[in-house]
Design a binder for this molecule. Structure first.
Ligand code: GLN
Length: 276
């Protein structure tokens, strides 16, 4: 069977599983061949399909996310290593990076709370050549991925990945002040109906945050004001329904909240500064 035929069959086989069946099939085929997707489309369509393709297709049919099968995910124009120990960076989160760069183009000291793959922190550092950053995570496995991404992107000299848990007293002793604090904490309600490709494959600790999805904000946000420089800016990702409760938590913690939407116009990022 040619690659072209195999892609057609795979697309049909994936329509139940994926909204992006053809794209998924092409990405998996390119991975099986060890070429880029454009190389695949330009040069390889009439070649015989490689035998490495079928097991990759089976994994995707079992709902495994493409990013975990490939081991990489593009975010903000950069290529990140991802493993099942880290949340897959979403294009929805790119708005947080954009807002950070716009809010503090002069930012020098950046903290990323719950850095995971390091995507938010490393994307910001990549665009702020003078800045240095600290990524913290309670997962050692995630920190190893974040450190590997820092090295891969040539940012190891400016990005430090440190084991810390904001639920443990004293975690932030000796840290700060920061010009920018970023966070994409877990915010999914425990019983939310989410696709099995997320629920069964992505790390629960990066997703779920109590019955209302607010547990992480309740613990983290009140601690941030003390870490923030006088002109500092906090940017936290939120679930679309959480703008009001997260803003209320921030106000109670002495900060003023401003909402930003993602490309689909859903509430996505809350920007916080010290209240005047
Ligand atoms: N955006 C993710 C999702 O909808 C959730 C990320 C998070 O909880 N921080 O699956």
């Amino acid at each position: 069977m040619t690659i072209s035929d195999a892609l057609r069959a795979a697309t049909a086989a994936l329509t139940q599983t994926s909204d992006t069946a053809r794209l998924d099939a092409e990405l998996l085929m390119a991975h099986a061949l060890g070429v880029t997707r454009s190389e695949l489309l330009l040069r390889h369509m009439t070649a015989p399909a490689p035998e490495e393709f079928a097991p990759l297709l089976t994994r995707r049919q079992n709902q495994e996310p493409v990013a975990y099968i490939l081991g990489t995910q593009e975010f903000f124009g950069l290529d990140f290593i991802v493993t099942p120990e880290v949340l897959i960076p979403r294009s929805d989160s790119e708005v947080l990076v954009e807002v950070a760069l716009k809010a503090r183009p002069d930012g020098r000291r950046v903290l990323d709370c719950g850095t995971g793959s390091g995507a938010l922190l490393l994307a910001v550092l990549d665009h702020l050549p003078e800045a240095r950053g600290l990524g913290i995570d309670r997962s050692l496995a995630a920190l190893a991925v974040a450190a590997a991404n820092a090295a891969r992107l040539g940012l190891s000299n400016r990005a430090r990945m440190v084991h810390a848990d904001w639920e443990q007293a004293g975690w932030s002793r000796d840290l700060g002040p920061f010009d920018l604090i970023l966070a994409n904490p877990p915010y999914v309600e425990d019983d939310a109906r989410i696709s099995s490709s997320v629920r069964d494959y992505e790390p629960a600790g990066a997703l779920f945050a109590g019955p209302e999805g607010l547990d992480a904000y309740r613990v983290l946000l009140p601690q941030l004001s003390a870490l923030l420089a006088p002109d500092g800016v906090v940017l936290v990702e939120i679930g679309a329904a959480l703008a009001a409760p997260v803003s209320a938590i921030a106000r109670a913690a002495g900060m003023t909240a401003h909402l930003h939407r993602d490309l689909a116009s859903r509430p996505r990022v809350v920007e916080l500064v010290h209240s005047a």
